[in-house]
Design a protein around this ligand. Structure first.
Ligand code: ATP
Length: 490
């Protein structure tokens, strides 16, 4: 129980049960101990001293700077500190102009984090948490979760929070809307903390993915990393790197969700290695829409089929056969795959998986496609094969093959339960709101959620939009060595 000292009349100091709620009915406690005046003063003096020391330690840099300037002004007059401040500003300006990224990293962001910590988070912490029901009052004493540290990113803040003992992250997940409104954020996500009992709250200040991202420049061959080709941007403004080497990728999204932009951004990122003969793209195009634009490109630097009467399935089977032959060749010789012109990295893109499997009317073709896909996805990873499958319908009945794809992307989905079907259990609770992505193309097309290997928390991404003109430019670049007639024929 907490106590505070009250003075009743001179010489009469009493300790009473403390009451922090200003609206609570007055509760009179009988005097318990009569305290000497000097002891009361001493206790209060120690309290003030401790608070001052904590404040000084926490704010050592600004306090020292202010004290130094004060001392200069006192000793030499006000012009000297003004000159010192001007000099420091000039130095900081030069630093910012010369190396902006280090300036932002080592100075601007930490200063901003301190400011936001004090002004936005600590100032509103208690009222917002009380209203959101995240505090506990026990025997008149209020227990409040505490802020450990605040970090600022370009578009979001991360606040490390020490929860109350016995509190779990889902208590915070339930009130993310209250927190967002309380602290003026667009949305709030709850992330795993650095140790038990702590969580990171991610306050998104503004949506970095609200506007379409134009097609990224075609990279130089040495910049292409198959462990993470850049296909767009993540919510914190960093590049979205899609892993292809050693995995398979499923892109799930309702019609118009922008699956094409993920596929084309990937092809665009791979283009330099395709031209160098180190990567082949085998395109299977049942819809004859998205991939048909790049048909000459795929036919020259890979394969292409849109033939519904067995051609597409045959292509898949040939990929599976070739993969088997490669596996045999590599057995006992090499364990990690590095692409070469004799053994290029093969990306098999299937624009709509369900056309080959669930929707295919011919039972025989369906079975053959399913079995070739299963072979490719289960054994192809280590021998330089990557299957990228797009899928409109994420329901279980339609997509029984999703477990064959280790990496999955959830673009806009029609129903909330499809999110966990695509990204795995609990993904929606952890913030993958793929069912709430806007269906307005400018706002939501190409936006989605991915789960990285390193973290169970889904992150929000947007693929760059590769327009028809961009595709034509890629095709022209890839076929530049052919003369006009040949290109036409291709
Ligand atoms: N990354 C993006 N940024 C902005 N707009 C985009 C993006 N991707 C696609 N769009 C817009 O959204 C429209 C639909 O995209 P797209 O055809 O790629 O969707 P989809 O998921 O492949 O649909 P479907 O399954 O019906 O083929 C495009 O015509 C384009 O205008």
């Amino acid at each position: 129980m907490a106590w505070e000292f009250r003075k009743i009349r001179p010489g009469e100091n009493v300790a009473v049960e403390s009451q922090r709620d200003p609206f609570a009915a007055p509760k009179w406690a009988p005097p318990v101990w009569h305290m000497p005046e000097a002891l009361v003063l001493l206790v209060n003096a120690v309290r003030v001293l401790v608070r001052v020391v904590v404040f000084l330690v926490r704010n050592i840099v600004p306090v020292s700077a202010a004290a130094g300037l004060g001392w200069l002004a006192y000793t030499y007059g006000w012009t000297v500190p003004v000159l010192v401040v001007a000099l420091v500003l000039v130095l900081l300006g030069t630093w910012a102009a010369a190396d902006r990224s280090s300036f932002v990293r080592y100075l601007a962001r930490p200063v901003r984090a301190r400011w936001r910590s004090a002004w936005t988070y600590r100032r509103h912490w208690q009222p917002v948490l009380v209203t959101a029901g995240l505090t506990k009052t026990h025997k008149g004493r209020e227990y409040l979760p505490s802020i450990v540290r605040v970090r600022c990113g370009p578009t979001s803040d991360r606040v490390l929070v020490r929860m109350l003992k016995g509190q779990a992250p889902d208590a915070w997940e339930r009130v993310t809307a209250n927190l967002a409104h309380g602290f003026g954020a667009v949305l709030v996500r709850v992330r795993e903390g650095d140790r038990p009992g702590r969580i990171w709250l991610e306050f998104v200040r503004h949506d970095a993915l609200a506007f379409p991202l134009p097609a990224l420049p075609i990279p130089s061959p040495s910049a292409v990393d198959l462990s993470g080709v850049v296909v767009g941007r993540t919510e914190d403004g960093s590049p979205w790197r899609l892993r292809l080497l050693g995995t398979h990728v499923l892109i799930a999204g309702a019609t118009g969700a922008g699956k094409g932009s993920v596929i084309w951004s990937t092809v665009r990122a791979l283009l330099p290695l395709m031209l160098a003969g180190l990567v082949e793209v085998w395109a299977i195009d049942p819809k004859r829409m998205e991939l048909s634009y790049g048909r000459p490109l795929f036919e020259r630097y890979g394969r292409y089929s849109s033939d519904p009467h067995g051609g597409m399935v045959k292509l898949l089977e040939e990929a599976a056969e070739d993969m088997n032959a490669r596996a045999e060749e590599f057995a006992g010789v090499t364990r990690s795959f590095a692409p070469s012109t004799s053994h290029p990295f093969r990306v098999v893109i299937v624009d709509e998986l369900a056309f080959l499997t669930a929707y295919c009317p011919e039972r025989d073709l369906r079975k053959r496609a399913e079995s070739a896909l299963a072979v490719l996805t289960s054994q192809g990873r280590s021998v330089g094969y990557c299957v990228i499958g797009a899928q409109q319908d994420a329901r279980k009945e339609v997509n029984n093959q999703r477990n064959l794809f280790p990496d999955r992307i959830a673009l806009r989905l029609d129903e909330d339960e499809q999110v966990d079907m695509v990204l795995g259990d609990g993904a929606r609770d952890r913030g993958a709101l793929a069912d709430q992505i806007s269906s307005v193309p400018e706002v939501g097309a190409g936006v989605g959620y991915v789960r990285l290997e390193t973290s169970p928390d889904p992150i929000r991404v947007r693929a760059a939009y590769v327009s028809d003109d961009d595709i034509q430019e890629m095709v022209a670049l890839a076929l530049a060595d052919l003369d006009a007639g040949e290109a036409e024929a291709a």
